[in-house]
Design a binder for this molecule. Sequence first.
Ligand code: DGL
Length: 274
Amino acid sequence: MKGPVGVFDSGYGGLTILDKVRSCLPEYDYLYLGDNARSPYGNRSFETVYEFTLQAVRWLFEQGCPLIILACNTASAKALRTIQQHDLPDLAPDRRVLGVIRPTVENVGRISISGHVGILGTEGTVNSGSYPIEIHKLFPETTVVSEACPLWVPLVENNEHDKEGADYFVRQHINNILKKDPQIDTLILACTHYPLLEAKIRKYLPEGVNLIAQGALVAESLKDYLHRHPEIDGRCSKNSVCRFYTTDSAEKFNSLASLFLKGEVQAEKIVLGK
Ligand code: DGL
């Protein structure tokens, strides 16, 4: 039986990824799940993020998804590997769970000329060390510094990201990371919410520093993956249908989703972990 591609995030941020994926692969069906009731994941422990993410993966498999994208850096950093290696062989050996970190770092070598790269992410993503680890696997000579920006997600979720007050918090973290390594020529927005702050971030960046948002890279990588894995691609349904689910209020999700995604959203509430 065929099914939709599952897209999971702790809340709204994954919609920035879904938006690009849908533009790149419009014929596929998608099922988006935001765990808004328990978001943010960014400052939660490994065990908790793993447990919550596994519950979401199980639910998406129950809905018939042959492939799931963890469109959340924190979940990709803290839960993906364990789910792939430990859970998937028993849970659904013929299905796949992919993350957003690998598709992002694959492009670092092409984009950075100085070989000095900065990572902006949640505390969880930064403390996991996943980005430096993955970058060094592919580009061992690269210098990587990271900066956790714990207030950026709440700024976006409260629709304050393009207000004046946000400037203070954006400038502070950009200055911090550039102080850590003034040779940085590439900054990765390693959190799904940060593309909404892109204009403000650019305002405080010296000219010539590249800013990498993940959505388009994840979309291209997924297209390539489906091309290389016809056995998975053949099990994806293709009627251009996209459904949305949240673990919190559907009304709130519908109204805030438009910040992250083009078009109207009609979400349904579900319960995870019962
Ligand atoms: N979606 C998360 C990420 O990309 C940010 C929000 C959260 O902390 O849950 O890391």
